[in-house]
Design a protein around this ligand. Structure first.
Ligand SMILES: Nc1nc2c(c(=O)[nH]1)N[C@H]1C(S)=C(S)[C@@H](COP(=O)(O)OP(=O)(O)OC[C@H]3O[C@@H](n4cnc5c(=O)[nH]c(N)nc54)[C@H](O)[C@@H]3O)O[C@H]1N2
Ligand SMILES: Nc1nc2c(c(=O)[nH]1)N[C@H]1C(S)=C(S)[C@@H](COP(=O)(O)OP(=O)(O)OC[C@H]3O[C@@H](n4cnc5c(=O)[nH]c(N)nc54)[C@H](O)[C@@H]3O)O[C@H]1N2
Ligand code: SF4
Ligand SMILES: [Mo]
Length: 696
């Protein structure tokens, strides 16, 4: 028997925790957290532990496939890698010759492994790289930029040293980042208080010191009243405000009318409770961390809500503070060099990006970054500002990630080529012309990733075992496509050569990763003080008035508008995550499916009673022609205006025998939802829809 331990990086979700894989006779037997990684300390979440079930799953794409039937019909022919890569590149060449280099669109799931394939996109001359984020964190990203001039990752979350953590629309113990969970639990053992503002009692609420059950969609009102209290009761950090606020007086007069009494009526949380929270926060300041949120693609005013969270943190002086939101430290800050980028080999393509982000009227104020892919889809339909004829969805399942898959499919009808690069089946892969199967993370190496934080460093994803099926690593796929497109610079056939390219000039070598799978670029953690040059706004200060936003016709301080109440026979659809699944792509994982095979519909006791519904009854939940069966979970601990379900269920693909037909799909209850997005923050407003519930 041979047994070895391989350091790598989890790939079951977007967080990418460092792991250690036990390999016995060439088989991945057991996965645990990398014991050397700060915050992880050997632990993993259930999905990370179930990675072996992904690797050994027969129900994933095992070889390249080319469609033979109609799109979405599920008729395929098996292809060799050469044949599939030739097929894709022949099409790409023909499309680019006819419609221009920029007619190729690409979207992914973001993250640290993008550099190599983004170089491929630049190499073939298209500017149209987008990611998934208009269905995730764009509102909070744009809010951070608007207030501080840097994005949401310009600050860390120092949960470990916090004295009071506030989770508003942030389900930290179920929407997991292992290090964050460990750090917060550790802080709570040391007396850190936890406050939760949610529309239902999620797991964090069950551990909280304060829990505020809020009317769905009224968080902006709640926060305006907190700001009002902090200012009228002079609970804010006067020195920090004097030093770092550009236009405090504007804020002060804007919030004057938004009293706790007013917010009490709006939110359902009493004025006294709101005042009391503000007072508790000022006692713990500046070691207060009001979490800015993550999945903020929910409401038409989520961008403004996110801005208020950042403003509250700033009023409490927690920006840059220990136990608050310290300024993020990057390799350059500790005198080190970051890994070298493949993208920089190629010039930035000249054409403007088709989504209009950063240059089109009304879209100039958005972070140009990864753009808004839903707006790029418009170009597939209209051909404006120019046609998009090829689309590569890489590690991205837009048909589940955006509302209403039939609408999205219809937008894709004009494509001459649709490619899915993925490790599991998905609605998007099923709709594609070509499926290029990625090796799951235990079976592939990836480019070296940089981890920013108090001690920045590099982490390596080593392949733990040989590929189980005829699948390839991401770099192999794009090296293969690149070669065929004439990109000699990306023609690699060994990962070591890629790593050496990345590490050139950093002083770090591949051997340095052997001991722990990671390399730290500094011995001592660094806290960067807030000083001149930190805030990247025009004034160099924290700004309430955002000139860029206003130039695009959007107010900096939007007067509060009360969300529509659902009609008496309807509910607002709300959703979130659970610890056992990742988005839509783990329901068919044998180990995770065994533990949770369907989602349930949370519904308030009084509303359920009126409809004759008891816990575990099957009910139908429907909207605009889509209807699905789901079990009810009747509880006092959800707001009566809402129903709630875990996202990612309701699969319909015949190739996923376990997931098939289990539970309901929240994304199908949002008709025309992809068209409804927050014009100020850019994210889709997924919770602005009402549904009907009845006994099945
Ligand atoms: N209605 C509704 N819509 C939502 C959400 C919701 O709660 N409700 N959540 C939103 C959020 S927060 C997000 S981030 C998006 C997510 O939606 P997506 O961005 O589509 O992300 P995933 O489902 O994580 O993964 C996409 C696909 O990549 C494949 N894949 C290939 N390689 C890898 C790999 O190495 N690692 C992983 N993890 N996957 C790989 C997976 O099998 C999966 O099919 O959806 C958003 N859309
Ligand atoms: N286990 C697991 N962990 C994950 C993921 C996963 O799929 N599975 N996905 C990762 C990704 S991509 C993301 S973006 C994050 C998401 O991380 P979060 O955004 O924290 O996760 P969610 O559970 O979607 O939503 C947070 C909470 O918002 C509440 N909520 C809904 N509507 C409202 C409202 O109007 N007001 C208030 N105050 N609360 C409301 C929900 O009840 C839920 O408890 O999780 C990441 N971690
Ligand atoms: S949070 Fe869980 S699934 Fe996500 S990377 Fe970490 S261990 Fe893996
Ligand atoms: Mo997300």
């Amino acid at each position: 028997m041979s047994k070895e331990y391989v350091y790598s990086v989890c790939g079951m979700c977007t967080v990418r925790c460092p792991i250690q894989v036990e390999v016995v006779d060439g088989k991945a037997e057991y996965i645990q957290g990398n014991p050397h990684a700060a915050g992880i300390l050997g632990s993993l979440c259930p999905r990370g532990a179930a990675g072996t079930a992904l690797t050994y799953d027969e129900e994933r794409p095992q070889h390249p496939m080319i469609r033979v039937g109609e799109r979405g019909e599920g008729k395929w022919r098996k292809a060799s890698w050469d044949e599939a890569l030739d097929y894709v590149t022949d099409k790409l060449k023909a499309i680019q010759a006819q419609y221009g280099k920029e007619s190729v669109l690409f979207s992914d799931r973001g993250g640290p492994f993008r550099d190599f394939y983004r170089a491929f996109l630049r190499g073939i001359g298209t500017p149209n790289y987008n990611n998934h984020d208009s269905a995730c964190a764009r509102n909070v990203q744009n809010a951070a930029l608007s207030v501080f001039g840097f994005g949401r990752k310009g600050m860390a979350y120092d949960l470990k040293n916090a004295k009071h953590v506030i989770l508003q629309q942030r389900n930290i113990f179920e929407a997991i980042n292992v290090a964050e969970v460990n750090n917060l639990l550790g802080a709570m053992e040391n007396g850190c208080k936890l406050s939760v503002i949610d529309i239902r009692a999620n797991v964090p609420a069950t551990k909280a010191d304060n829990f505020y059950l809020i009317r769905p969609g009224t968080d902006y009102a709640f926060n305006l009243a907190v700001i009002n209290t902090l200012i009228t009761e002079e609970l804010y950090d006067k020195q920090f405000v004097a030093d770092w606020f550009n236009d405090f007086e504007v804020l002060k007069s804007f919030v004057a009318e938004y009293t706790p009494e007013w917010a009490g009526v709006e939110t359902g949380v009493s004025a006294e409770a709101i005042r009391d929270l503000a007072r508790q926060l000022s006692e713990a300041a500046p070691s207060v961390l009001w979490h800015p949120g993550w999945m903020t693609a929910r409401y038409d005013d989520s961008f403004y809500m996110s801005r208020t969270i950042y403003i509250i943190n700033a009023l409490l002086g927690s920006i840059g503070a220990k136990g608050g939101l310290p300024i993020m430290v990057k390799p350059g800050d500790v005198g080190a060099k970051d890994v070298k980028s493949f993208m920089e080999i190629y010039p930035k393509p000249e054409a403007k990006r088709v989504d209009g982000v950063g240059w089109m009227e009304g879209r100039k104020h958005y972070d140009a970054g990864p753009g808004l892919v839903n707006l790029a889809y418009d170009a597939i339909v209209t051909g404006k500002p120019y046609p998009i004829k090829a689309y590569i969805a890489h590690r991205h399942d837009p048909l589940m990630a955006f509302p209403d898959k039939d609408d999205v499919k219809a937008m894709w009808d004009n494509l001459d080529l649709l490619v899915a690069v993925t490790f599991s089946w998905s609605d998007t892969a099923w709709q594609a012309d070509v499926v290029l199967p990625i090796s799951p993370y235990l079976e592939r190496d990836d480019t070296i990733m940089t981890k920013n934080g108090a001690k920045p460093g590099f982490i390596i994803r080593n392949r733990a075992i040989e590929p189980v099926y005829d699948t390839k690593a991401i770099w192999e796929i794009y090296a293969g496509l690149g070669k065929r497109m004439g990109l000699k610079e990306l023609d690699y056939d060994k990962i070591e050569d890629i790593w050496n390219f990345q590490l050139e000039g950093t002083g770090v070598t591949i051997e340095d990763f052997a001991k722990t799978g990671m390399v730290s670029l500094t011995k001592e953690p660094l806290f960067k003080p807030v000083k001149e040059g930190i805030f990247k706004t025009p004034s160099g200060k924290i700004q309430i008035i955002d000139a860029k936003l206003e130039a695009d016709g959007m107010p900096s301080l939007k007067p509060y508008v009360s969300p529509q109440r659902p009609p008496a026979d309807k509910f607002r659809i709300t959703f979130g995550r659970c610890a056992l699944h990742t988005q839509g792509h783990t329901v068919n994982n044998a180990l995770l499916f065994e533990r949770m095979s369907e989602n349930t519909l949370w519904i308030h006791t009084d509303r359920a009673k009126a409809l004759g519904i008891a816990t575990d009854d099957y009910v139908t939940v429907s909207n605009n022609g889509y209807s699905s069966k789901i079990r009810a979970f009747v509880t006092d601990f959800i707001h009566p205006e809402a129903v709630f379900m875990i996202h990612g269920f309701g699969h319909t693909l015949p190739c996923e025998s376990r997931a098939l037909g289990k539970g309901a799909a929240d994304n199908l209850l949002m008709p025309k939802g992809i068209k409804r997005y927050d014009k100020s923050g850019g994210a889709v407003s997924m919770q602005e829809h009402f549904v009907q519930v009845a006994r099945a």
